[in-house]
Design a protein around this ligand. Structure first.
Ligand code: CA
Ligand code: CA
Length: 225
């Protein structure tokens, strides 16, 4: 067949034109449809495609602070109600104290604590600790991860879908409720009649922090060389 025979009538030209459209349309169709299936059917929504992401956390701390002066063997119950629509990264209880009542070294007071997580949603381990009231990072700290492995540090995720990241960075609705702890004071003073006059109590700074956050995901745009 001569090449000219293909186009020598209007009808043949029209058929050739339609054929051309299909030749272009089918590869385009098969090029795009799998990616549509990926997103809408396989990945569950428009977030199914894997890629690289800048992962960040916009943090909003929820804080409760109180100060208690306690004598030797005194206890104080502290409570922290946590309710938020945001995700929770962690809950922390920090008890600080700085015993500077005694002249010279020694006879440092101490802080003791035990937690009560029975009124909190989810499974959390009880904590207990004690530490000296020596200023700086003294006393003790309890910390519970509400979102597993939460640090709040930004990072780049590679080869992950948006929904996988959202599943990873969520608290599962746990951590809400009333966090509680009992703090017990241990007061030490020089063994003399004046001892209890020199030092009979200590001031305890109690700080509860629930770190709430919003996940910030930004796709990393690949620039091909
Ligand atoms: Ca003391
Ligand atoms: Ca003291």
């Amino acid at each position: 067949m001569d090449f000219e025979d293909l186009f020598n009538t209007p009808r043949k030209m029209r058929i050739a034109g339609i054929s051309l459209v299909f030749m272009l349309a089918f590869p385009l169709y098969f090029h795009f449809v799998p990616s549509l299936l990926d997103e809408d059917m396989i990945g569950g929504g428009s977030s199914g495609q894997s890629g690289n992401w800048e992962v960040g956390f916009a943090e909003t701390p929820i804080i409760l602070q109180e100060t208690q002066v306690l004598g030797d063997g005194d206890t104080h119950d502290t409570f922290f109600d946590v309710m938020t629509e945001l995700n929770l990264g962690y809950v922390e209880l920090n008890v600080d104290c700085n015993d500077n009542d005694d002249p010279g070294p020694g006879f440092t007071d101490r802080a003791e604590g035990t937690s009560d997580v029975s009124q909190v949603e989810g499974e959390f381990a009880e904590e207990s600790a004690d530490g000296p009231c020596s200023g700086g990072d003294s006393g003790f700290t309890f910390r519970w991860d509400i979102t597993q492995n939460y640090t709040g540090a930004n990072y780049t995720a590679t080869g992950m879908s948006e929904s996988e990241l959202r599943d990873m960075w969520m608290d599962g609705g746990t951590g809400r409720g009333t966090w509680a702890a009992t703090i017990t004071a241990e007061i030490n003073s020089p063994p003399s009649p004046l001892g209890s006059i020199i030092d009979s109590d200590e001031e305890y700074d109690i700080t509860w922090t629930a770190m709430a956050y919003e996940l910030i995901l930004q796709p990393v745009v690949e620039v091909e060389a």
